[in-house]
Design a protein around this ligand. Sequence first.
Ligand code: NOJ
Length: 762
Amino acid sequence: MIRRLICCFLLIAPFTNSFAQSVSPAQQKKMDAFITNLMSKMTLDEKIGQLNLEAVGFDVTGPIVSKNVNENIQKGNVGGVFNTYTPDAVRKLQEIAVNHSRLKIPLFFGYDVIHGHKTIFPIPLGLASSWDLDMIQKSAQIAASEASADGLNWVFSPMVDIARDPRWGRIAEGNGEDTWLGSQIAARMVKGYQGNNLYDTDHVMACVKHFALYGAAESGRDYNTVDMSERRMYQDYLPPYKAAIDAGAGSIMSSFNEINGVPATANKWLMTDLLRKQWGFKGFVATDYTAMMELIPHGMGKDGYAVGKKAIDAGIDMDMVSDIFLDNLKKLVNDGKVPVSEIDIACRRILEAKYKMGLFTDPYRYCNVQRAATTIMKQDYIDAARDAAKKSIVLLKNNNSVLPLKQGGSIALVGPLADDHRDMIGPWSGAGDWHKSVSVLDGIKQLAGSNVQINYAKGANITDSEWLLKRLGKDELSFDKRSPQEMIDEAVAAAKKSDVIVAVVGEAATMSGEAASRSDIGIFPNQEDLLKALKATGKPLVIVLMNGRPLTLNWENDNADAMLEAWFGGTEAGSAIADVLFGAYNPSAKITATFPQNVGQIPLYYSHKNTGRPYAGDFVDRYKSRYLDVSNDPLYPFGFGLSYTTFTYSPIKLNTTSIKPGQPLQVSVTVSNTGKYDGTEIVQLYTRQMYGSVTRPVEELKNFKKVFLKAGESQVVNFTITSDDLKFYNIDMKYTYEPGDFKVFVGTNSRDVNSADFKLTN
Ligand code: NOJ
């Protein structure tokens, strides 16, 4: 009977490989009929089972792991599984669902594929620094190709949380502080993962996270409270989620935080009014890991029964790991507390996702061992990772053109991360094989070969704090048992016999990402001791940073001759760093999160408001918005990054100084490469509305262009602005523009810009 039932599904299912993400009315009708038919055969338990997501397999990415999974799958109690990959492992679990559960409904398989699956790309904050939307999309496409070859069909990415607090370790996973750029990247990531057709086995379903506002956790402490005005939400924090949804994202993950008193996972305004009614989202919403269970300590209800009701009422479709839906929904329905229609809606959304991925046609379509063998970490993908890594490296300083290094003489290569393989692939690189990553030492050897003599010394551990090392997982760091002084002495000796020092310092991978907030975001004292001892040798000091957040780098900025922000660059980080060090690639990246001078300035971001008492930088300006002990300036402003060459900008030319709604304002500048090297410049355009019905930021990014200029070459760079670009949430929370006075800025970063005035009239 059951076999007949499945045969019957297969006959009615419209499984064509042209099944697109945005379905035609005919396809929608077929899908609806298929799912209606299937649901008519499902018991309430089986429907609830579809709403359950279990963690099983290779990784532990949260506080608890699901139990009795095989038995639960067999009973039809599981809709999807995460943390299991490889075609064989996935097949084994899928077989239980397909051969042993009553209705044989296939599972989907998710995983935290954040910046690559096996071939690891730079952390998202690094990728964003490239401002290279095509390359970022390609990185997601490659991640999708590898993940889907490895049995997966759902990735918990992109993470699009705007973050303006570098204490928060998860700033590493997103695109930085800017709403406009963050929205562009969010859409491209979704396109990269999902392609045009979810049915196509080279793509996976995206899960946009963490909905919503997780990046605004108070004090940068993970999982902490978010309290935010409606205006700031709509203006600054919500657009990237919306952009990802508009790009077709199939699913969304609820965030851990509360929003103005109601945790996201129980927040009906967020999950239903905003997401469904205002934005028209059609996919499904899964909670974050045990987020439903966490509604109890949040204070939303005393038990699973109470919080399960709040979550389903709010509009949550799938429960990640908490088992609260599984254990409580049936009783809630039977007690008349939850209408069965809420469960039907959620179940339908999950079945639709499975249908779109073609799992009812062939539940094993992502389980092809042959394909995995030929796809995963293929040379093209490794090359793309190297390309991405070099395009993500930011040159923060370069006095007297210390860089690029010449391929000759000797280099003291020192620092805890100089020969690291493990940390350099960064946080959230679960499936990444760090054994295959290229360290900086490897990269330099490969590039410079025997032309350069390398004097290597580790010089320091990441930290000397025993407690922290344990917390970071000692085995994840190759901890050197020598005394700090012994290690420094060895490094100084290496420096003394070398022409130049390259010190690779920073954070361990586990110091950013989830549960990795820091209250002090400087280089650890023991590493700074090393840097100071190296500096004392008088040899040119090049600092290469690996880290997952903006750091406070005052000493480094004052004392290094050159400094590269290499982030956690992924599998090919070492090759890419060598490319940049020796000038095989001229750095072009620009930071997308402000680097503060000290933690007390946080939150510090370029698009701040002016205040009624803006500080003009004059010492006697007493009653102004300022600190006594530090200027208001960042160490490095948003959009900052140097090149081995120099670029100059002409004054801005406008075609007119007054536009009407819909009319274009043509903005042009001539950018010239006035240095010795060919190079790429990221030309940035910002605007400011001078007066409005509400106060407006001093600058807002509206566009950019990446231009390649040969040494000595100039190019006119054109932008167009229309009233659409000037829209914002006005006093009535209407998204519109207001006629008035504006400034347009064009420049090499948010601080160093030229400006021009224009008007928008009625
Ligand atoms: C918790 C994290 O917040 C989320 O980003 C991740 O996708 C899940 N765990 C699953 O591992």
